[in-house]
Design a protein around this ligand. Structure first.
Ligand code: KG4
Ligand code: ZN
Length: 335
């Protein structure tokens, strides 16, 4: 079966073509709107919606072309229904439903976070729940137990900012462009992680909650109490210390959750899962403790269309594909 995956929840217009047996990503192009938002230091929902509208058709055409198929070969569509920005989601949903109606095929609304975890499943299709999941993106930071039948239990989440948000906002304070996560990681790659002792919130607690707002304040104080030349000269070490503070919190709480739940598999997803230091630290712990570690290929960590189609395929294999929308020609296009 040939699937078209559509992701438009934030600032990437992404489409992908996947075949489900054998499981294979045939194409996965995207248009990143980063440059359109950079001027404002974050995503502007209206600009995002407009850019999705302009790019969704060319990106879908590119997905079909790169996969070497015809549009009529697509047998099902999976698109993101949320969480995400309302305008951008609406563009993806309208396009998905319009195309499904035209091709007379089903369109399935998928959860974006389930998509991020499905990106890890694409590299490890043999894993079976129960397992512990860690979702770390620009909008979410949460530890969730997944049991058979897509039953989810939250073990702990952030009390304030998400990990990606912490990277982006602290980066902005340091004068870095949005989104700053990958830049901080690159600048800090050879830096001294102990250069600044940034706070690790809720450190002494055995719980699985996160908090990053204090770190943001601490970076703000740091920029207020050190002159710009000093910050520029030591940017590599500051970035390394900042990255270590965020990653340390993520790893400590994930280890707590693994101990509490006694899970033997850890599945990680979301944009921050591209972070090399986080991958190394979690891999190390899991390797030493006999825990299977599943994380997306780095190219599939941040938002993309393949993860949305993968989420649908994963559900279909368990006969739990819900939110079916076989759009009939006579049906109004209700969203
Ligand atoms: O999953 P994603 O693409 O979008 C959301 O669903 O939010 O995640 C984007 C987030 C941004 O905050 C970005 O700074 C962060 O992921 N990110 C990284 C890295 N690559 C992307 N953070 C740390 N290290 C990276 N290499
Ligand atoms: Zn995402």
């Amino acid at each position: 079966m040939i699937w078209l995956g559509i992701e438009s929840s934030c600032d990437e217009t992404a489409c992908a073509v996947l075949q489900d047996e054998p499981l294979k990503v045939l194409s996965n192009p995207l248009y990143s709107q980063i440059d359109e938002h950079a001027l404002y230091g974050g995503v502007v929902p209206e600009i995002a919606a407009r850019a999705h509208l302009q790019k969704i058709v060319p990106v879908a055409e590119a997905a079909v072309k790169e996969a070497g198929i015809k549009l009529s070969d697509i047998e099902a569509i999976a698109y993101t229904t949320g969480p995400g920005l309302m305008g951008p989601l609406l563009v993806g949903a309208s396009f998905a439903k319009g195309l499904a109606r035209d091709l007379q095929i089903p369109a399935y609304g998928m959860n974006h976070l389930e998509g991020h975890l499905a990106a890890a499943w694409l590299s490890n299709p043999e894993i079976e729940p129960p397992f512990l999941t860690l979702t770390v993106s620009g909008g979410h930071t949460e530890l969730v137990m997944e049991e058979p039948g897509f039953k989810y239990t939250s073990i702990g989440r952030t009390r304030d900012d998400a990990a990606g948000e912490a990277f982006d906002k602290c980066g902005k304070l340091l004068g870095l462009k949005y989104p700053a996560g990958a830049t901080i990681s690159r600048l800090g790659a050879n830096g001294n992680r102990k250069f600044v002792d940034f706070p690790r919130a809720l450190r002494g607690h055995d719980n699985c909650e996160f908090s990053f707002s204090g770190l943001k304040t601490s970076v703000l104080r740091f920029t207020e109490t050190h002159d710009p030349e000093y910050i520029q000269k030591n940017l590599g070490d500051i970035c390394a210390s900042l990255e270590d503070a965020i990653v340390d919190s993520l790893v400590t709480k994930t280890i707590n959750a693994l101990k509490i739940t006694k899970m033997k598999t850890l599945v990680v997803g979301g944009g921050v899962s591209a972070n090399a230091w986080l991958r190394t630290r979690l891999q190390d712990y899991c390797g030493k403790h006999g825990i299977k570690f599943c994380i997306p290929d780095r190219s599939l960590s941040t938002d993309n269309g393949a993860m949305i189609a993968a989420a649908a395929i994963r559900r279909k294999r368990q006969n739990l594909l819900t939110s079916v929308e076989v759009v009939k020609p006579w049906m109004p296009l209700a969203l």
